[in-house]
Design a binder for this molecule. Structure first.
Ligand SMILES: Cc1ncc(COP(=O)(O)O)c(C=O)c1O
Length: 348
């Protein structure tokens, strides 16, 4: 799809540079959600049509990460999706992570400290070198939330394979703009409310077949059953094969919004989105006197930037004391120019 075709598919107001906090819905997702809400309000339909969105969204997510949909489960949050994996770690396991890792990929491991699970955090640049014998699991983000640093996933996978460690990736800040392939990864979790431009509450998780075997589906309910609609009551538990037995029953409306958003991302293409986002991020960096990078998230120390952005109506974030601006498919050159104009008085 060419930029002229996608430009009109969102209703973003100028100055939204904060997709790393939440993404804006494409109109097709917004409209699907409004239609479902209207039906809900008056009781116009049963819920099954809303649930069909879960199947569509799961399939689209699987295609986006190069996985089989049978190895993808759905849930509500990144931290909850990690619970079965953390529970499967043996006592005394060692987990390696980045020292600025988002805590939804840290605390689920740390809560097992009482049985000796030890979380070791090193600076991002040292993660690959720290993958040494004795590490049982590497828990890292494909793109860091606070700094925008892009992980060399292939290197992490290769180093982990050498020592037999599991690789668990939080791809919340990556899927939707950064090409991802789950080959060699044991688990990859992504919330969808940022770069996948969906309502909060729809999380996807890839679990490799070998990890599925090791994990207990601790959140199983009716929706994790082989026959969902035949499993509302009673003790005859027959869970779904594959990753679906790790499903949490879906937050319907989140998935109603997620399915069309993910399908639109596929239609436009991640490589097109990647090029667009990086071009804008690098134009912004250039204006700040920074070298180009490979991230759609720009993080920089610039005293007074938060106030200057607020005064100019630019919506960005401050993380770890630094300004964080993020650029997605609906961001424009006009957004970049407005942001740079606002910061000009601060630049020497
Ligand atoms: C990298 C990353 N992971 C996860 C989340 C959200 O986590 P959860 O779904 O557990 O609320 C965020 C939100 O900012 C994030 O940046």
């Amino acid at each position: 799809m060419e930029s002229a075709e996608w430009a009109g598919l969102w209703d973003a107001e100028a100055g939204w540079l904060n997709t790393a906090s939440y993404g804006l819905p494409p109109r097709v997702a917004w409209e699907a959600l409004q239609a479902a809400l209207s039906d809900w309000r008056v009781g116009a339909t049963s819920w099954e049509p809303w649930d069909e969105s879960t199947t569509r969204a799961r399939a689209a997510f699987a295609r986006l990460i190069g996985a089989d949909a049978a190895d993808v489960f759905v849930g509500s949050t990144v931290s909850a999706a990690l619970v079965p994996i953390a529970a499967a770690l043996p006592d005394g396991a060692r987990v390696l992570t980045d020292d600025v890792e988002f805590t939804s990929n840290v605390f689920p491991w740390q809560v097992h400290a009482d049985r000796g699970v030890d979380v070791i955090a090193v600076p991002g640049d040292d993660v690959i070198a720290a993958i040494r014998p004795g590490v049982d699991l590497v828990a890292v983000s494909a793109v860091q939330s606070s700094t925008g640093a892009v992980l060399d996933l292939a290197k992490v996978v290769a180093a982990s394979k050498e020592i037999g460690a599991l690789v668990v990736v939080d791809a919340t800040q990556a899927v939707g703009w950064h090409p991802i392939d789950v080959a060699g990864v044991d688990a990859l979790i992504s919330h969808s409310y940022k770069w996948l431009m969906s309502p909060r509450g729809a999380t996807f998780g890839y679990l490799s077949p070998r990890l599925q075997e090791r994990c207990r589906p601790g959140a199983a309910g009716w929706y994790a059953a082989r026959d969902v609609h035949g499993s509302y009551y009673g003790t005859a538990m027959d869970l779904a094969p594959g990753a679906r037995r790790f499903d949490q029953s879906p937050a319907w409306f989140s998935f109603v919004g997620a399915a069309p958003a993910l399908e639109l991302i596929e239609q436009i293409g991640v490589s097109t989105i990647n090029r667009h986002n990086l071009a804008l991020a690098n134009e912004f960096r250039d204006g700040l006197g920074l070298a180009p990078s490979n991230s759609a998230i720009v993080s920089t120390s610039l005293p007074g930037a938060e106030e200057a952005f607020a005064a100019a109506g630019i919506r960005a974030a401050v993380r770890g004391g630094k300004l964080r601006a993020s650029f997605h498919i609906y961001s424009t050159q006009d957004d970049v120019h407005r942001a740079l104009d606002a910061l000009k008085p601060l630049l020497h």
